[in-house]
Design a protein around this ligand. Structure first.
Ligand SMILES: *Cc1c(COP(=O)(O)O)cnc(C)c1O
Length: 425
């Protein structure tokens, strides 16, 4: 078993918080994490996150800060930038965004003016809140226009409609990226359309950054994308945080730096930047390529079990780390009931709307799940097929307490035989 974190001072001083940490440790250890945006960091990343850098103000950038005492912050931030550029094959990186959402906010304000038009993926087709959902502040400032899938059964984007929309709307930016989409995008097509209308191309790779770094899926930079925004805590397996990468345009990179600080943020969280540097170091190791490949193989193994059982998968299956299953349409179980029942047996995932969902977002037709975290635990294809079978056993017997008790035991056993690793190098 993974050794519990040493927290002697916390245990002595604040038992309520210490106990909650122990509770979360136990929850993570004894259950299966299938939320596709979650992962387990190494102990080395945890140590960097919990380091004395949390004490330090370092507004500005390496070599040009507004406070003294920056000998060590500069070392850490420079290493994080250097490693990020190497991982994603680009010239510039801003590693200061506090998370994925603020990274996107800073990126929009760097490259667009209020009122500018931004073309983004429809939320109902897998886009993210920060791509202009009406409930966000961003939607009041920029003019978001949508594109979507041509056919939810194959997941193919409607590139003709995207082109027509671009020609009509003359967007300043075309945004690619998603959080509930299981196929690869045709990045070359995006760039071709953007060139035709003079738009900047940005890819929000929050979910698949680790797969790109591990060369298991395509890198939008290889097809000419200008900018990538991402989180660092999903498939990339680093601390909770964000990052903005620029392929080669120095003007964009400078505007992005200014937009992150002082435009949006104050002092960067240097303890987390230290954690990012450590995680990027791990991702540069050859083992990370194997990890990224295995995530895809594992998702394919789950896909097969669900398809064989006649469950409809959005996009017809998966080419990445996640699956979106229409459990209501196929099994008559709502997304919410599926999430609750699976939670009871120790499988954590989330309910999710599917394309053109007839049901409401608080109890949609689908569930979204993925393999990044269980792959970190060492699950291989056969283990993942087993997990998929256990999921189906629960979903097909949603009111059967005995089935759930048995599945709970099997999940516990899988967790014992696949402990969360402490180190990946
Ligand atoms: C997760 C995600 C974000 C937001 O990241 P936070 O760290 O939760 O703010 C942004 N864009 C996409 C595509 C995401 O999947």
């Amino acid at each position: 078993m993974s050794t519990p974190q040493l927290i002697p001072f916390l245990e002595a001083q604040d038992p309520e918080i210490a106990q909650a940490i122990r509770g979360e440790e136990k929850r993570e250890t004894e259950g299966l994490e299938l939320i596709p945006s979650e992962n387990y960091v190494s102990k080395a990343v945890l140590e960097a996150d919990g380091s004395v850098f949390t004490n330090k103000y370092s507004e500005g950038y390496p070599g040009r800060r507004y406070y003294g005492g920056q000998d060590y912050t500069d070392i850490v931030e420079r290493l994080a930038i250097e490693r990020a550029c190497k991982l994603f094959n680009c010239k510039f990186a801003n590693v200061q965004p506090l998370s994925g959402a603020p990274a996107n906010v800073a990126m929009y304000f760097a490259l667009c003016k209020p009122g500018d038009t931004i073309l983004g993926m429809d939320l109902g087709h897998g886009g993210h809140l920060t791509h202009g959902h009406p409930v966000t502040h961003l939607a009041k400032i920029f003019n978001f226009v949508r594109y979507g899938m041509k056919n939810p059964e194959t997941g193919e984007i409607d590139y003709e409609a995207l082109r027509e929309t671009a020609l009509r709307e003359k967007p300043k930016m075309i945004l690619a990226g998603f959080s509930a989409y299981s196929r690869e995008l045709d990045y070359a097509k995006f760039v071709e359309i953007a060139k035709e209308v003079g738009a900047i191309t940005v890819a929000d790779m929050a979910h698949i950054a680790g797969l790109i770094a591990g060369k298991a899926v395509k890198n939008p930079f290889d097809y000419g994308f200008d900018v990538i925004t991402t989180t660092t805590h999903k498939t990339l397996r680093g601390p909770r945080g964000g990052m903005i990468l620029t392929r080669e345009n120095e003007e964009y990179a400078k505007a992005i730096d200014k937009s992150v600080f002082p435009g949006l943020q104050g002092g960067p969280h240097m303890h987390l930047i230290a954690g990012k540097a450590v995680a990027f170091g791990e991702a540069l190791k050859p083992e990370f390529k194997e990890y990224a490949q295995q995530i895809l193989k594992n998702a394919k193994a789950m896909e097969k079990v669900f398809l064989d059982a006649g469950v409809r998968l959005l996009g017809g299956g998966t080419s990445n780390h996640l699956l979106l299953a229409d459990v209501f349409g196929s099994l008559g179980v709502t997304g919410k009931d599926a999430q609750t029942a699976l939670d009871e047996v120790g499988i954590t995932l989330n309910m999710n709307s599917i394309a053109d969902d007839p049901r409401k977002p608080m109890d949609p037709s689908g569930i979204r799940f993925g393999t990044p975290a269980i792959t970190t635990r060492g699950f291989k294809e056969a283990d993942c097929a087993k997990v998929a079978e256990l999921m189906l056993a629960v979903l097909n017997n949603i009111d059967d307490a005995e089935v759930k008790t048995n599945v709970r035991e099997e999940i516990k056993q899988l967790c014992v035989t696949h402990p969360i690793p402490e180190s990946f190098v």
